[in-house]
Every structure is written in C-alpha cells, then in structure tokens.
Design a protein around this ligand. Structure first.
Ligand code: UT7
Length: 336
C-alpha cells in the first residue's frame, strides 16, 4: 500500500445465533454416535440451527443491526455492503443485497457477496481495507452469515456433527484519528486441495446435449485431510502475520481463531505459547458457524468478560478452497 492510504477503524461488531439448540445426544437419534465421541474429537457439545423459514438472511440482518448500533452509524451512513457466506441461501440476489434492503441502507449502495468459506470474514476485511484505504468507500458493513444446517448431509456423521448456524457482522470505517486497527492481514488460497471440502450446486445440462454427471448439493468434507492440512500449515501463517505486524506473539492479548475443532485451536495455542486466558473458544456451544465464528467468539468473549477491550487480537481462519488467513487487529473500547 502507498503512504497516503487511509486507515481503517473497526467501529462496531455484532452477532446472532438461532434459538434452536441441537445437542450431541440429539444427534444419536439420527445415526450411531455419542456425546463422548463428538466432544473428545471436536470439543463440541451443541450447536444452534435455523428452524422453519428462518435463514442466514435473518441472522445476518440481526448481527448487522447489532454491529451498526455499536458503531453509532445509521443505515444511511453505510456506503458499501460486503457479505461473506460460505453458501448463501440463494446464489442471487446476493445476501448483501437482501441485507441492504432489510436494514434500510440506501438502495444505490453497492452490495455484493464474496465466497471464501470459513475464511470469508478475513477476506472481506482485506477487501474492505483496500476499499477504505484507497478512499473509494468510507463506511463498510461486513456480514458473515451461514445456515450450514440446511446444507450438511444429516446422514453423514463425519461432517454433520461439526456445523452450526450463525452470523457475525463488522462495521469498518475510515479512521479519522489515523490509527489503523488492522496491524497486519494476510489471506491465502490453494485450489489444488479444493476437494477437501466442497459443495456443488445442482445443475443439469441443456436436454439437447449429453448430460453432465449428477451430484448432490450437500457439504462433503475429508475431515482428516482438512485437519492434517490445517495443523501443519496455519500456525506458520499465524506467526508470519504477527511478524508482519512487527510484533511478537506475547505482545498480542488474545487469539480469536475460527471455531472448527477444539484440537486445532489447541494446536494454535500451543504454537503461540498462550495461556488459556488468552484463547477464545466457544465451539462447545455453537460448533463451526463458518465465517461467522470469529465475530461470534469476539463479541461473546467480551460479553463473558474474557476479552477486555482496548487490546489486540490475532484472528485466524481457514476453510473450503482451501482458503486461510490471519489478521492482527486492535479492539477499541465500545466496539461491542
Ligand atoms: O471449517 C471446516 C473445517 N473442517 C474441519 O476443521 C474438520 C477437521 N477435521 C475434524 O474435525 C475431524 O477429522 C472430524 C471430527 C471431522 C473426524 O474425526 P477423525 O478423528 O478424523 O475421524 P475419522 O473421520 O477418521 O473417522 C474415524 C472413525 C471411523 O470409523 P472406522 O472407519 O475407523 O471404523 C468413522 O466411521 O470414526 C467413525 N466416525 C464416527 N463415530 C462415531 C466418524 N464420525 C463419527 C461419529 N460418531 N460422529
């Protein structure tokens, strides 16, 4: 970035989860499993799922309303909306367009979705950083929302145990005081291992041509491959991101990782040499809520008094693509 770029301030953060709780014991009604198997391998005890017509759109709007309220901005102050869903309830219109309309954000404001699965929030933050940094937009609403429970195969016990639904949102703005809340941010992808987690959209060729191979539209995951890839790759990039902020691990107050598996969180914790007090984990109650998991963990961490604002945190995530990324951020007072 050039020297005269504008700096980004995180102005508000919010989250939303559905009310309906599905426990590990509930899952024993669907397939042969046990609370003990799931908890020891993942750290998950329960997850929230949408019910009836509730969807990621409702959760996203709710999370965005909270973030807006905390930011002190009104819907008419927002000049760009970016939504990062792993799989939005519809491919188009974009989830961001729905959120724009439902929240009363002016109907000319550019609104678009970005897909980077569970790394979506960090990717969106990087895009917003570029847009604010260049002076193109000033007040950006980022929403990460997923209703994974509609997309998992509820007969696949290796995958459906992991996921839950939820949404998180951030309002980011040009920092009038010139202090950047993004101390460093790196994003990456490796499409060569895209088969580790995939979700096809159903489609059929024109009936006048040879049909294509038919697929289902469920989440497929090679859990063990994902696990091995992440524990052998992510810690290095997290350390590198900290270096890019000209900091040392001990200078950072909190680790707020994507909530995918407690064992992965512990691998990161060990690598950074952090005590339990510095590591934010709520996977036990929400499972993996995809791109929403980092802001949910952040806001809940503040609500539970585990996180004190006026601090710094390393956020990190990974997901289908495979994509991954990390960011060292400043958490100012009043953001949630
Ligand atoms: O944001 C998305 C990111 N995704 C992830 O982070 C996933 C990372 N990976 C994981 O969390 C783990 O791989 C899982 C928790 C998904 C699975 O744990 P695992 O230790 O890798 O189990 P596995 O898939 O290798 O399966 C081991 C055994 C198998 O039995 P056999 O073939 O050895 O007889 C499975 O059939 O465990 C069996 N199994 C289960 N048993 C009881 C698989 N799922 C279950 C289950 N309950 N729910």
């Amino acid at each position: 970035m050039t020297k005269n770029v504008k700096q980004l301030r995180i102005a508000g953060v919010g989250y939303s989860v559905p009310k309906t709780v599905i426990t590990n014991d509930d899952l024993t009604k669907l397939y042969e499993t046990s609370d003990e198997w799931i908890y020891t391998r993942t750290g998950i005890k329960e997850r929230r799922v949408v019910s009836g017509n509730e969807s990621a759109i409702d959760l996203g709007c709710d999370a965005a309303s909270h973030a807006l309220e905390k930011s002190g901005f009104k819907p008419e102050d927002i000049d760009c909306v970016i939504a990062a869903a792993s799989a939005p309830p519809q491919l188009y219109p974009a989830l961001a367009c729905d959120i724009q309309t439902k929240l009363g954000i002016p109907n000319y404001v550019p609104s678009f979705d970005l897909t980077a699965a569970c790394t979506g929030l960090i990717y969106a933050l990087q895009v917003a950083r570029g847009l604010i940094g260049s002076g193109l937009y000033k007040n950006i609403l980022i929403v990460a929302a997923d209703n994974n429970s509609r997309l998992v195969d509820w007969e696949d016990r290796g995958t459906s145990i992991l996921f839950g639904d939820g949404a998180g949102a951030l309002v980011v703005t040009e920092a009038e005081d010139g202090i950047d809340d993004i101390l460093s941010l790196d994003i990456f992808a490796d499409g060569a291992i895209g088969q580790y987690i995939y979700l096809n959209t159903l489609g059929k060729n024109c009936p006048l041509v040879e049909p294509c191979e038919e697929t289902d539209n469920k989440i497929h995951m090679a859990g063990r491959d994902v696990y091995k890839f992440v524990v052998s790759t992510l810690p290095h990039y997290v350390e590198e991101c900290i270096e890019h902020a000209n900091m040392k691990a001990e200078d950072i107050d909190y680790l707020i990782p994507h909530q995918a598996n407690q064992r992965i969180i512990e691998a990161l914790q060990q690598r950074l040499g952090y005590s339990d007090e510095k590591v934010i984990s709520n996977i036990k109650y929400y499972g993996n809520t995809s791109a929403a998991s980092i802001p949910i963990a952040l806001v809940e961490g503040v609500e539970n008094c585990k996180i004190k604002l006026g601090s710094t945190a390393i956020l990190c995530g990974f997901g289908a693509g495979m994509t991954w990324g990390a960011a060292v951020v400043r958490l100012r007072q009043g953001i949630c």
